[in-house]
Design a protein around this ligand. Structure first.
Ligand SMILES: Cc1cc2nc3c(=O)[nH]c(=O)nc-3n(C[C@H](O)[C@H](O)[C@H](O)COP(=O)(O)O)c2cc1C
Length: 308
């Protein structure tokens, strides 16, 4: 079975990555398995300065998943470069740095800071976080998104992946603006804006009022958006949202994803990423595929570049 795949000129030994924010910077998972098993690691969002994140309560149960409003808490760029990147560098896996900012300058500072650092394979721009005040600013207007991507593009020669929000009417228009501005790939989806009410306390469960929905409940939404992006745009897509099994991963690949990321599943099963790699191999075999390339877009005949 050929599990290798390519996204934006980067080779991944297999198509299974860890989704940003559900894996920290890999330290905890590294106590359980060899991170070199993974196709890649998408680290928790990194900002120019340390961000404290939102006040608790920050997570809540939801049917088929969870709500979170962590608020992009992270120790900042300097800490990432001094502590987390050297740790991740030890492992033979592709490290993708998820970047967040309040404004164009904030994004650009982190991008410039990680550009040229040994061990950074690519950048994932998070313009789709629903849990900070200005988190969706750039997603909600393709013109603003395009401007940000164009600016960031000038700050790095690393492959640039832009994370697409499902909380917009037309994710393809957003993806198209990012592609036109120089994005090399898209990742989809981030969490869906939601909320929960605490009846006894007579207020929203989450202190931030709203949170992002993730987990199996969002898989159909993620598949739809990946399918639409893959058939409309020629840059590759990394699919995520509710992947819990190898079969889920294969569904995303067949919808048009060149690689996938596992997020919320790790909270229930910390070994989910290596398990999903093994399951994916079996599922592909059962379905009669011999490579990721062959499975890619098999259910999406209009995907750009797909052989119909
Ligand atoms: C607790 C938590 C924290 C997250 N933090 C980030 C983040 O820092 N940056 C980002 O781009 N996405 C973040 N996400 C979104 C995930 O990377 C992923 O896109 C989303 O959860 C859908 O995948 P899943 O259903 O497999 O979790 C976070 C998700 C969760 C549940």
């Amino acid at each position: 079975m050929d599990l290798e795949t390519e996204v934006a000129g980067l080779r991944f030994k297999n198509p299974v990555l860890t989704a940003s924010g559900t894996f920290g910077y890999g330290r905890e998972a590294a106590e359980l398995y060899d991170l070199a098993l993974l196709g890649g690691v998408m680290v928790k969002g990194v900002s120019r300065e340390p961000w404290p994140g939102n006040a608790p309560t920050r997570i809540a149960r939801a049917p088929g998943g969870m709500l979170n409003a962590i608020g992009l808490q992270n120790p900042g760029l300097d800490h990432f470069l001094a502590v987390d990147l050297p740790f991740l560098r030890q492992y033979d896996t592709q490290v993708i740095v998820n970047v967040v900012g309040h404004d164009e300058e904030g994004f650009l500072a982190v991008v410039r800071g990680v550009d040229g650092q040994e061990g950074v394979a690519a950048i994932e721009l998070n313009i789709s976080c629903p849990n900070v005040a200005d988190g969706l600013l750039f997603s909600q207007d393709p013109v603003l998104a395009g401007r940000l991507v164009a600016k960031v593009r000038q700050g790095t020669s690393l492959p640039l992946i832009v994370k697409i929000s499902p909380n917009v009417t037309d994710p393809v228009a957003l993806g198209a603006a990012c592609a036109a501005a120089g994005a090399d790939a898209l990742s989809a989806i981030n969490t869906l804006l939601g909320m929960a009410i605490d009846v006894e306390r007579r207020r929203p469960v989450i202190a931030n009022t709203t949170g992002g929905l993730s987990g199996p409940a969002v898989k159909p939404v993620g598949l739809r958006i990946v399918y639409d992006l893959a058939r409309s745009l020629s840059i590759p897509v990394i699919g995520m949202g509710g992947i819990e099994s190898g079969r889920d991963a294969l569904e995303y690949i067949m919808a048009g994803a060149r690689a996938v990321a596992v997020g919320t599943a790790v909270f229930r099963d910390p070994l989910a990423p290596p398990r999903i790699i093994a399951e994916l191999e079996r599922e592909m075999e059962n379905a009669g595929f011999t490579s990721v390339d062959e499975a890619w877009a098999a259910a999406n005949p209009k995907a750009k570049g797909a052989v119909s």
